[in-house]
Design a protein around this ligand. Structure first.
Ligand code: NCD
Ligand code: ZN
Ligand code: ZN
Length: 342
């Protein structure tokens, strides 16, 4: 069949290294089906789900439950992330050998905050056993500083999640300029918004922090954009749960910011497709001969207002309702098949 893409822009589909799908445990917030459909609507054909489910994804049984359930509605590729300690408690290491059969992404579980020795061991193991640690640093700049000091000696594989402060970026610059290898991410919402008490981790920075992120992107210090899609019910938000449901409007937020700051669409594609594919080591598989395409068709000339009542995600939690954004996902193609159409 023929797709009429007149006036539209065709790009590689997006890859999201950081989402929360809430399955098992919090199906009222999201599940594997709604999370995946929301991702496709956002132009993503590969998502990586964090381990803070209930039970925590720290064992073979939970991992297989997720992967088997996912297989049943397999329209989006899924990498399930494992925790690195039992129950995300930051104390006892899980059976790494076993979980490495399923994933090479492990969350840090706050080990780096409470237990410097254990984190150093984890960094060493990441090099020996070959996996990547996704670290959530809190308090951000202090923990990033210590992590990078440790990394310099251990040469482990580290990815820093959701940086949000100018201070953090300065540290990242310092260590990248020294030639230390690691990657880092920024979320669409931390590029798009500031000075707001809406609860999200990390919390919104100041305008100068946002400017630093934009400069960091322009100078090539920030590797990827990941959504940290964190769906919650209205009731849980009222009780104070941090997070924003954002995967469906992620591209639009990023494109709007990039357009306002004269950052190219090539850069956006690099940060939302190519660089995440490299972290997942998919970049060669994606261009294999005979591989059917994963693509997204976007309309850069369309603007619209964010309206979370139209989200497929069960999480309608966002501070952005009514905000005008540019660029709309019109179609998502995965493995040569249309999996979402506006
Ligand atoms: C995360 C979530 O909801 O799982 N929320 C967030 O604001 N990023 C958990 C967390 O990182 O606190
Ligand atoms: Zn986090
Ligand atoms: Zn997160």
């Amino acid at each position: 069949s023929v797709i009429n893409g007149k006036g539209l822009t065709l790009m590689p589909s997006f890859i999201d290294l950081h989402v929360h799908l809430r399955d098992p445990g919090y199906l009222y917030k999201e599940d594997l089906y709604t999370g995946q459909r929301a991702a496709l609507k956002g132009g993503f054909t590969h998502i990586c789900a964090m381990a803070n489910t209930n039970p925590v994804c720290d064992n073979k049984k939970t991992m297989e439950y997720i992967l088997n359930k996912h297989k049943k509605n397999n329209h989006c590729n899924l990498t399930q992330i494992s925790s690195i300690t039992k129950g995300l408690q930051g104390k006892e290491l899980i059976d790494l050998e076993e979980m490495l059969k399923y994933t090479k992404l492990f969350s840090d579980d706050g080990v780096n905050v409470d237990n410097e020795e254990l984190f150093e061991e984890v960094l060493k193991l990441s090099k020996e056993m070959y996996f990547t640690i996704l670290t959530h640093c809190e308090p951000e700049a202090e923990v990033i500083k210590r992590d990078l000091e440790l990394l310099e000696n251990t040469e482990g594989n580290l990815h820093i999640c959701h940086i949000s402060l100018k201070k953090s970026l300065n540290l990242i610059k310092k260590y990248k300029d020294k030639g230390i290898n690691f990657t880092c991410e920024v979320t669409p919402h931390h590029l798009f918004h500031w000075n707001d008490k809406y609860r999200v981790n990390p919390s919104f920075g100041k305008k100068e922090d946002v400017n630093a992120m934009i400069k960091g992107i322009k100078e090539g210090y920030i590797d990827i954009i990941a959504t940290d899609h964190a769906p919650h019910s209205e009731e849980d938000k009222l009780k104070g749960s941090p997070g924003i449901s954002g995967i469906e409007v992620a591209f639009s937020k990023v494109y709007t910011v990039f357009k306002e700051n004269n950052i190219s669409l090539n850069k956006l594609s690099e940060m939302m497709s190519y660089n995440p594919s490299r972290i997942l080591e998919l970049e060669e598989a994606l261009v294999e001969e005979g591989k059917r395409a994963d693509l997204v068709l976007v309309d850069l000339n369309q603007s619209y207002s964010v309206d979370s009542s139209t989200f497929i995600s069960k999480g309608k939690n966002t501070p952005f309702n009514g905000r005008r954004v540019w660029g709309k996902v019109m179609m998502t193609i995965r493995d040569g098949e249309i999996v979402y159409k506006d």
